[in-house]
Ligand binder design. Structure first.
Ligand SMILES: O=P(O)(O)OC[C@H]1O[C@H](O)[C@H](O)[C@@H](O)[C@@H]1O
Length: 286
């Protein structure tokens, strides 16, 4: 997304973090969705050209926040409501002594969320832009007098130069749940995970560091470092499914991969007053 595109959004919806030298992040208050993360002028996130910005639908691309449920849900919309609620700015963007830019967003229970999920909660989402990284920290607070259970995930759409040259390093030996085979479990034998078809797998107990490399020119290498996100979802809809989604470009699957750190296979239970912190750091390796 370039700055010109931002003109299409109503004023006040968009937060721009600018660290200088072409390193920027753009965040939409709808879902606190990170729309763009550029490192020295190079965009690292995929945003569908057909994404809908109506402050209703989840934004197709960037980093939507999934809470309180990953996947289909009897109580509300797929992937929960956090990605389709308007977040508030808890602390406006500011630069720290290193020149890094930090902003904090907040989402709390309201009439609409209580009607589908009857728990008082507070989410605090911190985004930090450094010279080479984008850190996203989600803290879930139980503000209720009863315990609550949830799953959560950062639905990170990475831009890849060409899906044919993608390899994800660090998943070898892990058990994964294949969502396209009725949740069948299998062990990942490959040193580098490649994707050449509709792909929707949840890797269990993933290591805290993964590399997502794509090429050929320019070679993109993103390191993903996680905290309290034991599961990694890898998703690419491929050609046929991409065409079925009105907000997904027909050929978009060739230039994206979702690598989504989450806590999705075993829900978290928080007692009254407790909190859970989880974090992803994306590092641009040159
Ligand atoms: O279309 P959405 O609701 O945004 O979901 C997009 C995708 O999200 C995740 O990656 C899930 O594992 C997929 O099963 C799902 O299709």
């Amino acid at each position: 997304m370039d700055n010109q595109d931002l003109q299409y959004h109503p004023a006040g919806d968009i937060i721009v973090l600018d660290r200088g030298e072409g390193t920027t992040a753009v965040i939409h208050l709808h879902g606190a969705t990170v729309l763009s993360w550029k490192c020295h002028g190079v965009e690292n996130l995929y945003m569908s050209q057909s994404a809908v910005f109506d402050n209703k639908k989840a934004i197709r691309g960037g980093i939507p926040v999934v809470f309180p449920n990953f996947g289909p849900w009897p109580l509300g919309p797929q992937h929960g409501f956090a990605r389709i609620k308007r977040w508030s700015i808890a602390v406006p963007p500011r630069k720290d002594a290193n020149g890094d830019v930090i902003v904090l967003f907040m989402l709390e229970a309201d009439e609409e969320t209580l009607a589908m999920w009857n728990y008082k909660f507070r989410l605090v989402y911190t985004v930090v832009l450094t010279a080479t990284s984008l850190m996203s920290t989600l803290v879930v607070h139980n503000k209720d007098v009863k315990s609550l259970g949830f799953t959560c995930l950062l639905h990170t759409y990475l831009r890849v130069a060409d899906i044919k040259h993608l390899r994800i390093e660090g998943l070898q030996g892990l058990i994964y749940v294949d969502k396209l085979k009725n949740g069948k479990e299998k062990k990942e034998s490959r040193e580098f995970v490649t994707v050449c078809k509709n792909y929707d797998r949840v890797y269990k107990d993933a290591p805290k560091r993964l590399n997502i490399v794509s090429g050929p020119e320019p070679v993109r290498n993103i390191e993903l470092v996680t905290f309290n996100f034991p599961d990694i979802v890898v998703w690419n809809p491929w050609e046929e499914k991409a065409k079925e989604m009105s907000d997904f470009d027909d050929d978009g699957y060739t230039e994206m991969i979702c690598v989504e750190p989450g806590k999705v296979l075993v829900p978290i239970t928080l007692e009254a007053g407790q909190q859970y912190e989880c974090k992803q750091t994306l590092i641009c390796k040159f």
